[in-house]
Design a protein around this ligand. Sequence first.
Ligand SMILES: N[C@@H]1[C@@H](O)[C@H](O)[C@@H](COP(=O)(O)O)O[C@@H]1O
Length: 244
Amino acid sequence: MILHKFKNQADLDRAAADLFISVVRSKPNAVLGMATGGTPVGLYQEIVKTYKQGLVSFKEVTTFNLDEYVGLPVSHPESYRSFMQRNLFDHIDIAPENTHVPNGNADDIDGEGRRYDEAIYQQGSVDMQLLGIGGNGHIGFNEPDDELSRFTHKVTLKESTREANKRFFNSIDEVPTHAITMGMGSILHAKAILLVVKGQEKAEILDRTLNGPITTQVPASLLQTHPRVIVMTDCDVTYKVSHS
Ligand SMILES: N[C@@H]1[C@@H](O)[C@H](O)[C@@H](COP(=O)(O)O)O[C@@H]1O
């Protein structure tokens, strides 16, 4: 892993955006893995800014989002499809048919998971996957558990996750109880991964991600097994490269 620490979130957003833009410049038909939540909003704004300056085009880019709530209408402002349209897709020249978000309203969610993985594998693999991290160490919506799933699948959200995400809704009752998420295999299949972690309150879970044991109880710790992970953060953490 490579750890980049930033003094402020504005610099972090710019660096993260530049990394994604460099991937697209060197490979115009790149496949990008997208994330939602509060963390990526600023870096999406930086990408849009650069696009509007005419410095990058997304015409040939394909995107796959990590996850989506189950049972939330796509038109709901907090569906991840709405989030992506509002924060990124509506402002750049990406072809709508090249943007993929799992369908959380599919009649057959298991079938939707299979279809989604198939669509990813048809593209070869994701060139750069963006990740945030949940306070409990989840990535996508892969919640801590005794076992984790490889493929895109339906999950029951932990109460702590629903609590954390209720800030986007009027009340906890409106936060969906289930989601569909890319599995750990789908995520780790990406050629490179950018993990963005903002806010000192996430320093402890980031430390466990970087330096703790590799455990399904901290899904993000499985990133230690991936050969190309870049971590960008404003947290005060260190990455221990040896036993001492
Ligand atoms: N499923 C998403 C994750 O992809 C995201 O990384 C995480 C952290 O969100 P935030 O960036 O708002 O802290 O929680 C959400 O529930």
